[in-house]
Design a protein around this ligand. Structure first.
Ligand SMILES: [Zn+2]
Length: 71
């Protein structure tokens, strides 16, 4: 049986809900993060290693990914 076109099978094989957006085609020039967790990890890294301050993550309405912004 070919279950290639059955949505149920497709969902089972994809544990993560990923958007069908190619990061390379993102209209945004900013660094993109796939999730809030990724963005927050990056914030911690930047604050500890680069001395960055007041960074926060926000979900971009244009590309659907997460960006960092400073106040
Ligand atoms: Zn964006």
């Amino acid at each position: 049986m070919n279950c290639k076109f059955m949505p149920g099978c497709l969902l089972k094989s994809k544990p993560f809900r990923t958007r069908k957006i190619d990061p390379i085609e993102s209209p945004c020039k900013k660094t993109i993060y796939n999730s809030l967790i990724d963005a927050k990890e990056s914030i911690v890294y930047l604050q500890e290693n680069k001395g960055a301050k007041d960074l926060s993550a926000y979900k971009c309405t244009i590309c659907g990914f997460w960006h960092l912004t400073s106040k």
